[in-house]
Design a protein around this ligand. Structure first.
Ligand code: AMP
Length: 254
């Protein structure tokens, strides 16, 4: 399903039909096949000061009446390439009007426009390697200074980046709400990415990106687990099912 065809209005019936098994630690009480968005616990209503009329209407149509978060949502989305980070971030953005910051997308735009930053990053991105922190850290800091709420997708990818991010957010007095990790197997990743067919989606580059993910990015999860911020989202399923898990977890965090 293309995200452009997934409006909040048609999201609800799809979710209603979805059979899901929430993670045990966050189990919703109803039997799995009766869970709908409207069954989300009222006590954890998603509220955000100044939520736009569009988000309010979307939430109402999805059964999330009264959407208006008191706290800004500041969320990290972690997962291997092909886990659906971009798609899920767009769903959260559609519902809650939280800006989606994708470091991979920023880099691809810079490369396309052949800016100085783009030229410096190009070889790394094509090879599926980590773009050096001397480029990444100022780029992310710059953007975070401008946003009060955000879904950060693709950053941090290493403990060093996570430590830097913690320091930046502490300096800006913008504490994180939560860190959501999308969990899929390597086989699923390879299958999905070959179908997607982006320039850095060849099997060799996919394997390189997966290796970096396991070696450098997975330790980031323990870092945020220790801070009590981590939720695990099973992400092998269909887009709306994964979205449902994500929204359920977010509902408990805000
Ligand atoms: P993505 O769209 O998140 O899969 O990122 C595409 C590519 O951009 C990655 O394979 C890296 O080359 C580069 N990239 C994105 N985010 C980062 C980051 N946080 N640190 C280093 N390189 C990154």
């Amino acid at each position: 399903m293309k995200i452009s065809s997934l409006t909040p209005v048609d999201f609800r019936p799809t979710l209603r039909a979805a059979r899901v098994n929430p993670p045990e630690s966050r189990a919703v009480q109803e039997p799995a096949d009766q869970i709908t968005l409207s069954a989300l616990p009222a006590s954890g209503d998603l509220r955000r000061a100044g939520a736009g009329a569009g988000a309010q209407a979307a939430a109402a149509s999805a059964g999330l009446a009264g959407l208006a978060m008191e706290q800004p949502l500041r969320m990290l989305l972690i997962g291997p390439p092909g886990s659906g980070k971009g798609t899920q971030a767009e769903i959260v953005d559609q519902f809650f009007e939280v800006p989606h910051i994708s470091t991979g997308q920023i880099l691809r735009n810079e490369i396309q426009q052949q800016t100085e930053l783009g030229k410096a990053a190009e070889e790394y991105v094509k090879a599926g390697k980590m773009v050096p922190d001397s480029i990444m850290l100022p780029m992310v800091d710059n953007r975070l200074e401008k946003e009060d709420s955000f879904i950060l997708d693709g950053f941090p990818r290493s403990i060093a980046q996570a430590q830097h991010l913690d320091a930046t957010l502490s300096r800006l007095n913008k504490p994180l709400t939560c860190v959501e990790t999308l969990e899929v197997s390597d086989e699923t990743v390879v299958k999905r990415l070959k179908e997607r067919g982006r320039e850095d989606d060849t099997e060799e580059v996919i394997r390189a990106r997966l290796k970096i993910y396991h070696e450098q990015t997975e330790p980031v999860m323990a870092h945020y687990q220790e801070q009590g911020l981590l939720d695990h989202i099973p992400a092998e399923g269909k887009v709306p099912e994964v979205g449902f898990y994500l929204v359920t977890c977010l509902n408990k965090r805000v």
